[in-house]
Design a protein around this ligand. Structure first.
Ligand SMILES: *[C@@H]1O[C@H](CO)[C@@H](O)[C@H](O)[C@H]1NC(C)=O
Ligand SMILES: *[C@@H]1O[C@H](CO)[C@@H](O)[C@H](O)[C@H]1NC(C)=O
Length: 620
């Protein structure tokens, strides 16, 4: 019997040591000091750990434990392992494994350096949680302050036994209604200190509740969709769709604007009137609108480091109130899109919402690549869901690839987390655009002519000499034609960009101005085109000597048909602009707008096709 008991004990010991071996060594926490920041609506817990490997095996990883209530609302988790020496830089580590042990979830972090028996490592864990504070009372009137309750444990939830530990809760004000005492507990102004406690076993907790004043507006975006559209014509367009709510104590009774305005410091203290967004330094073309329309009460401030936007919703947002709005802005391409060493490109963009104090329950980031991109891959430095989509718009034929990253519980910390979307984009992909087609056309001729030119340079015969002069002339005319067409193409592009802007912002006035400017360019340059085609014709009239590989008369014919198509494209674009402006002026639904634009767009596409086949016919 005694033997059996001994065996059982041995088995149990073996099992438990196996369990800790899986956790990478057996640890003892020499000291742990936890700070719980309750100053905002986000709970930020930083804990300094000093941990010793008490097992014989080499320890290569360390674990953190969270309760199931915490896991559900976990926004951010990271540890920083301290280097040796006072000023040694810390190493940031993210978890590599997550496992369940009863009601506790264990997160495993690899250690930068394996730990031998008796060795000690110091690290700091950093955990941010949302929706942990509950308004209590749940309803308040306009003149009340907001009180909240917060549940936690006086003991640190640790996967290892802890020799000595303390916990400090930092409060936003000194008004503390009540708190659970677990001696020793001490209140000092805006802090509540628990501990030191000695020799607490692993995974032991001791529930405590704090009830205190917190007038921070609980601004929560139940959903945020951030759309990032890359255009290789110079900008990245960012559009953010917010569904925002004040999740603080609900407003009891009716709202008095008079009282709110007359006593700004004492009325609606937990409501929010302004929202501050931190946009990229060179953000421009900023707009902000809600369901009703454009909102002009916003202030944009920028210096060389940042651009700040202050928004003012139509009404202050009290507890329980909601508002939906859209924020849009553009950022120069070169600020966000870079070349990777392997020649592919990548977008490098901050993941989080630019509103630092808004908690996002569900953030969906969509990156829309330019048409003709391939080999998309996404790098995300935290756990998130990843998807792919395809997107079609007025200007597309084959649709665009869209990278989607979805994360629950996103906070300020994610503003400093960058995701990269890698893709390949051949400049040939841009050939889908008419201007580029025209450029390629001329580049082809120029290279043909330059090539045949070499055939004659060695010969000094008169006819060869004349042929050379003539070729130089043709080259010259073609180059000037190319210049004029590129000016026209740039005007096309600007008009097209403003049409896109209309569909985003409804800014008809800007689009009309763009049209006027484009018309002036087209009118001014059509005379030049006429003059240049005339001189092209006269310079190829009498071709002396041998026939070059590109027949000069064939050049004229092809140039003429190309110019004809270019003219038709300009006309179609003008028509498209009219249709869009007209539709927006009449405030048609987006479905109706689509049905009106579609036929014009189809003709534009087929013109592009024709130009494209003109170019492929050059190879014949
Ligand atoms: C929206 O407001 C901006 C300025 O705040 C203005 O430039 C733009 O024209 C407005 N758009 C509409 C459709 O009213
Ligand atoms: C992305 O941008 C951030 C901030 O500018 C920078 O710190 C980071 O190194 C960039 N990442 C890559 C892969 O370029």
């Amino acid at each position: 019997m005694a033997r059996a008991m001994a065996l059982l004990v041995l088995l149990l010991v073996a099992c438990s040591s196996l369990g800790s071996a899986a956790a990478g060594g057996s640890f003892n926490v020499i000291r742990a000091d936890r700070k719980v920041d309750l100053l905002t609506q986000v709970v930020r817990v930083s804990t300094a750990w000093k941990v010793e490997n008490t097992g014989v095996e080499l320890a290569t990883e360390v674990q953190l434990a969270l309760s199931s209530a915490q896991v559900e609302r976990l926004a951010f988790l990271e540890i920083v392992v301290k280097g040796k020496g006072k000023n040694a830089p810390g190493v940031f580590v993210t978890e590599t494994d997550v496992s369940q042990q009863g009601s506790v979830t264990l997160y495993t972090f690899p250690l930068p350096k394996a730990l031998k028996q008796g060795e000690v490592v110091s690290f700091e864990s950093y955990v941010a949680l949302v929706h942990q504070m509950k308004p209590f009372p749940e309803e308040i009137s306009q003149s009340d302050v907001q009180l909240v309750t917060y549940d936690d444990s006086a003991y640190i939830l640790s996967p290892y036994p802890v020799k000595v530990q303390t916990t400090t809760f930092q409060l936003p004000s000194s008004r503390l209604e009540s708190f659970t005492k677990v001696a020793p507990t001490k209140v000092m102004d805006t802090e509540v200190r628990y501990g030191p406690y000695e020799s607490v076993e692993a995974l032991k907790s001791k529930p405590v509740t704090l009830h205190f004043e917190n007038n921070q507006p609980f601004a929560v975006a139940e959903e945020l969709v951030r759309e990032v559209e890359i255009s290789h014509w110079g900008n990245v367009y960012i559009t953010e769709y917010y569904k925002l709510a004040n999740k603080g104590a609900r407003l009891k009774g009716s709202f008095s604007r008079f009282e709110y305005q007359a006593r700004p410091g004492a009325s609606g203290v937990s409501a929010f009137r302004h929202l501050l967004a931190r946009l990229p330094v060179n953000a421009h073309s900023v707009y902000y609108r809600d369901d009703i329309g454009n909102i002009s009460t916003s202030h944009l401030r920028s210096d060389f480091r940042k651009t700040e936007l202050e928004l003012e919703p139509r009404y202050p947002l009290f507890g329980g109130w909601k508002v939906a709005f859209t924020l849009g802005y553009s950022v120069p391409l070169q600020d966000l899109v870079f070349k990777a060493p392997d020649g592919s490109r990548y977008l490098n963009i901050s993941f989080g919402s630019p509103f630092s104090h808004v908690v996002v329950d569900k953030l969906v980031l969509k990156v829309i690549l330019p048409e003709g991109s391939s080999d998309m891959s996404v790098s995300v430095p935290f756990a998130a869901e990843q998807l792919q989509e395809r997107r079609y718009s007025y200007l597309d034929t084959v649709g665009r690839k869209v990278a989607v990253v979805v994360k629950e519980n996103s906070i300020l910390e994610h503003q400093f987390k960058f995701i990269q979307v890698y893709y390949k984009f051949k400049s040939l992909g841009m050939l889908v655009e008419p201007l580029m087609l025209v450029m390629a056309f001329f580049a082809f001729f120029a290279s043909c002519i330059a090539y045949t030119h070499f055939d004659f340079t060695l010969s000094k015969s008169t006819s060869a000499y004349l042929a050379q002069i003539q070729r130089d002339e043709v080259m010259d005319v073609l180059q000037r034609l190319q210049k004029v067409l590129s000016i026209r193409g740039a005007a096309e592009e600007r008009l097209d960009a403003s049409l896109k802007e209309v569909t985003r912002t409804g800014d008809i006035a800007a689009c009309k101005a763009a049209r006027k400017a484009a018309d002036a360019v087209w009118k001014g340059t059509s005379k030049d085109l006429k003059m240049l085609t005339d001189s092209l014709q006269s310079s190829v009239k009498s071709v002396p000597g041998k026939t070059p590989s590109v027949k000069p008369s064939a050049i004229v014919t092809k140039v003429e048909s190309l110019l004809q198509k270019e003219k038709e494209m300009v006309e179609k674009l003008q028509q498209k602009q009219m249709v869009i402006v007209d539709a927006y002026e009449r405030k048609l639904s987006s479905k109706e707008i689509d049905s009106r634009v579609a036929p014009v767009q189809e003709k534009l596409e087929s013109l592009k096709q024709e130009v494209s086949s003109l170019i492929s016919s050059l190879d014949d």
